[in-house]
Design a binder for this molecule. Sequence first.
Ligand code: SF4
Ligand code: ZN
Length: 309
Amino acid sequence: MPIICSKCRSANAEVQIPYAKLNLCPCCFTDFYKARVRRTVEEFKMFREDDAVGVAVSGGKDSAALLQVLRLAYPSLELKALHINLGVPEYSTHCQQKVEKLANMLNVELHVFSLPEELGMGIGDFEKTPFKGKLCSACGTIKRRIFEKLAIKAHVRVLATGHNLEDVAGVMFNNFLYGRWEQFVRLKPVLPPLAKGMASKVKPLIKCPENENMLYCLYNDIPFREIDCPYADEIGVRKRAKILEFLSRDNPYFRHQLLSRFLEIMPIVEGITQKPELSQCKVCGFPSLSEVCAFCRRIAMVKEAIGKI
Ligand code: SF4
Ligand code: ZN
């Protein structure tokens, strides 16, 4: 016997939302997803209806769902898509094609920064540096700074990223366990601009589980990448996912509860965490913890390794 959608009571349900005790048809699931993103944006005052928002789109399902749902939920938003081509053979071309297709579909302006074209390197060149074996860490630093630059270039006040519930709750949990309070605080749903003229950072999908982002893309014909980055730190990600899966086994609310508790204690943690003193990087001029920022140090490291300095 097919299960009937708990909302419209007419179509067959295809999606089970255990933590909300709902069985939904694709149409009602899309409404449910969109309403939750709107609620999240409003709860954390992420932006105004007519703001200028840049979405960091990687080509993956999370950021693709984010760009589409923001277009749908906020038609008067000045929305821009920001993409970094990391210069990973095959993978980066594939991702950029998906992003271009999506931006076209939604009629959203796209800004691309190409690592090979603009810096003469690819993320794989970190294999020739002490970052060999931990490319994702170097890549994270590079992407963070380039998205900040793209946000300035695209004149957006807010930079939205596709971090999902598992990303945030999982990493917060890890930082909590190891007492890494500075990193814990950095996972807040809204981060103010680092300096004047820079964008604030927001995470509108913070309450959306990963599988729902995937379903949202599939039900709404949203293009997203079908191949994985060859440098992905699968072991680390799977280890984190496994812990969360184990803890969620008998409690479908677990991930949401974990996130809620972490958000509750966030002001206390912020109060006891020393705010880092930022100065200006003497190479790029961006806010930095040291004389030369982590981004510039890493780029110099690669250029030296590939003989471009
Ligand atoms: Fe960068 Fe790692 Fe993601 Fe590849 S998997 S794009 S190296 S962060
Ligand atoms: Zn710098």
